[in-house]
Design a protein around this ligand. Structure first.
Ligand SMILES: [Zn+2]
Length: 407
């Protein structure tokens, strides 16, 4: 038994060394071997042997030395980078009204983008898997590719997801609970499929391509049709044990409060999400004369801007609730950075200066600077790119496993 343990530990160490090296290369853009050793704590000899395996597998490539000479040896150093055409991966985001697909190369460059309108905002598991299949095939076709040229598919869905099992406990996008969505999609498409909560995937996109690139501990708060959160601790996504962690939108801010989409009362989301604001507007008659089906947040926002005090109070209250939620995050995690991210960011109301001031007032007061709050307005495709980042991670793991198995 002890012998087997030792053997598998050595293999695990080797595999985790490969993962460390490739993720360091990815984070750095381009980097010399000696600097990889310094950053990872892996010995220079092991870095040399790992990078030669990664080169052989076609995952990385050497680039011509720049003019900066190595001070000790007096000759330019060869740098390594991710090989962009090693793999193409797809990321797909199931949004409230549509599905977005992004194809990216192995370096994270966007190859093509595709959007399709969902036939309904809630689908049965089979219809959802079918729509995902059709969308990925259409995205590939538009990029003049066959779907078999894609190495993996990442899917971001709102709701409670067990990512390692590809299992959806609950999603506002599906008519049923407890769906093995990954297996349903894998039965339809010839690629490995990876599924996670959409906000986690935005955190992953921030980590790989965005503002989280140089920060090891940060929190992303996403604002879309609902409110989500992704937690990165020590460079890794924190998911909780059942996939139910980081449900910022369903933290309670009011006893017996407003009804939430999850079926419970008093959730933050029931006060700050777009549907919550529109519900409030319909109660106060702020959008009277509008067909409630077609009333939009944009209309309410224009009304507030034009001086309507009832409309203004709706945004004001949502902002104060949001500030309270942000202060709770700071009081629990004390992160280095909070990134506010998402489609709804265009509506100003949740990241106005007064919201951030209200947050600061509710944070435990000490003589040290507060966490930095940064606003990142990505387009819709950020979500799909986040899903693609997740697929890229999965495809990288599979490629490394292949090297380990062959060794
Ligand atoms: Zn809720």
């Amino acid at each position: 038994m002890a012998r087997i343990d030792r053997a598998s530990t050595a293999t695990d160490q080797r595999e985790s060394g490969r993962q460390k090296v490739i993720s360091t290369i990815r984070k750095s853009g381009q980097i010399a071997r000696i600097d990889i050793a310094q950053k990872t704590g892996v010995s220079p000899a092991t870095v040399t042997s790992i990078t030669s395996e990664l080169l052989k597998a076609g995952l990385i490539e050497e680039i011509a030395p720049d003019s900066k000479p190595d001070s000790r040896r007096g000759r330019p150093r060869v740098a390594l980078k991710i090989r962009g055409d090693a793999h193409i991966v797809a990321g797909l985001k199931v949004a409230n009204r549509n599905v977005m697909v992004a194809l990216i190369d192995f370096e994270g460059n966007t190859v093509s983008e595709y959007t399709a309108a969902l036939p309904a905002s809630k689908l049965s598991p089979d219809d959802m898997a079918g729509f995902i299949e059709t969308s990925v095939r259409a995205a590939a076709q538009e990029a003049d590719m066959d779907v078999s040229q894609i190495s993996g598919l990442g899917i971001g869905v709102a709701g409670i997801i067990d990512a390692p099992r590809g299992f959806v406990y609950w999603s506002p996008s599906m008519t049923e609970r407890n769906v093995g969505l990954r297996d349903l999609v894998e039965a339809r498409l010839p690629l490995p499929v990876f599924i996670d909560n959409d906000a986690n995937l935005v955190a992953m996109a921030e980590q790989l391509f965005g503002m989280g690139k140089t920060v090891s501990d940060f929190i992303v708060v996403t604002i879309e049709h609902g409110v989500g959160m992704g937690i990165v601790i020590d460079n890794a996504l924190y998911r909780g044990t059942r996939g139910c962690g980081a449900e910022f939108g369903h933290t309670k801010v009011h006893l017996d409060g407003a009804l939430c989409r999850c079926g419970q009362r008093g959730c933050l989301e029931a006060y700050v999400a777009d549907y919550a604001l529109l519900r409030e507007a319909s109660i106060t008659g702020s959008l009277s004369g509008q067909d409630p089906e077609n009333a939009t947040l944009d209309m309410l926002f224009r009304k507030a801007k034009s001086g309507d005090t009832t409309a203004q109070s709706i945004f004001h209250r949502a902002g104060r609730m949001f500030a309270m939620g942000l202060a709770n995050i700071v009081n629990i995690f004390d992160p280095e950075l909070i990134i506010l991210s998402g489609e709804r960011m265009q509506f100003d109301y949740l990241y106005a200066d007064e919201v951030l001031e209200a947050m600061k007032a509710a944070v435990i007061q000490v003589d040290a600077p507060l966490p930095e709050v940064r606003i990142h307005k990505w387009g819709d495709l950020m979500w799909a790119k986040g899903a693609a980042a997740f697929a890229m991670d999965g495809v990288t793991d599979l490629a490394i496993r292949k090297i380990t198995d062959a060794a």
